[in-house]
Design a binder for this molecule. Structure first.
Ligand SMILES: Nc1ncnc2c1ncn2[C@@H]1O[C@H](COP(=O)(O)OP(=O)(O)OP(=O)(O)O)[C@@H](O)[C@H]1O
Ligand SMILES: [Mg+2]
Length: 286
């Protein structure tokens, strides 16, 4: 985040750190996760697409960070790599102080299961399990049953998200918004340190959307969890402590909390920048 963010966009931030400073630990930096010089290229030759182009950014511990940017700007790719669900073409990634670049599958799976909750853009529910089975899946995979505290947390999530009457339904029997809410309950059930939410309100009516945003705000404010949320919605992003903008695979802006109107204006200006400088397929000479 350090070298990518222009000086005038650094308001409300700590001292500017150089690349060398990145060798100090993620925890020292007050971050829950970070990536450094991350590049992700899909395909090869003339058809290659740079989904991420030298991105260095951190998710601050205990903060609620919104990630915005046009469709195709690299938001999902960035979150997948930060969460250890995908690998980068170049660059490094850490979850807490553990560098996940090159970490073995087993270690990565355990780290992810214990520390990270992921709400997928496409929900990724297990079709053969009912809603409750999906919510309990992280415990099942960890070979344990939820404790009394965890059961109470799950009950609270089910209640808040209004999915109680649908717990015995399988994903294909649920509406898109209901599936989204089950996916949110699953990601928050273990109270992970770090939650990635890829358009978690994308399929929800405004009342359900507000509940979800409240859940995510509470997770950071009351429980100290670190939340990174992709959204296209200025109102949703106005709940966050910080708003990052991606454009063509790069961080193009980094702001502290903003109102929905201010974010809407920023969305327009970053979209205009992207139109002025359209992405080049990497295989084609500029
Ligand atoms: N598996 C893949 N193979 C090839 N190209 C891909 C693949 N996944 C993503 N891309 C490309 O990488 C770029 C970034 O995709 P990404 O899904 O990260 O965008 P996004 O910002 O999440 O967009 P949206 O808002 O539409 O979800 C896009 O140009 C996309 O076409
Ligand atoms: Mg996406």
């Amino acid at each position: 985040m350090y070298e990518d963010a222009p000086t005038e966009r650094r308001e409300g931030r700590g001292p500017i750190l150089s690349v060398e400073d990145m060798e100090i630990t993620t925890t020292d930096l007050g971050l829950a996760a970070r990536v450094q010089h991350l590049t992700k290229t899909y395909g090869s030759g003339e058809g290659a697409v740079a989904a991420l182009d030298d991105v260095s950014v951190g998710i601050r511990r205990g903060q609620f960070t919104a990630i915005m940017g046009a469709s195709g700007s690299g938001k999902s790719t960035l979150m997948h790599i930060m969460a250890g669900l995908d690998t980068a073409t170049r660059g490094r990634a850490w979850i807490g102080d553990t560098e996940i670049t090159g970490l073995g599958d087993l270690d990565l799976t355990i780290l992810r299961r214990r520390r990270v909750g992921f709400i997928f853009q496409a929900f990724n529910l297990v079709p053969t399990l009912d809603a409750l089975g999906n919510i309990l899946l992280p415990f099942e995979l960890d070979g344990r049953r939820p404790s009394a505290i965890e059961r109470a947390r799950i009950d609270g999530l089910v209640q808040t998200l209004g999915i109680g009457p649908r717990l015995r339904h399988r994903p294909h029997q649920l509406s898109g918004g209901q599936q989204q809410r089950v996916a949110i309950a699953r990601a928050l059930a273990t109270a992970p340190d770090l939650v990635f939410a890829d358009e978690p309100t994308g399929n929800l009516d405004s009342a359900s959307g507000r509940e979800v945003l409240q859940l995510l705000s509470d997770a950071s404010r009351e429980h100290g969890q670190s939340i990174a949320m992709v959204t296209h919605d200025a109102v949703a992003a106005s709940h966050a402590d910080r708003v990052l903008f991606l454009g063509d695979g790069r961080i193009v802006a980094d702001h502290p909390r903003r109102s929905a109107d201010e974010i809407a204006a920023l969305m327009l200006s970053t979209a205009a920048d992207a139109t002025a400088h359209p992405a080049q397929p990497v295989g084609v000479a500029a």
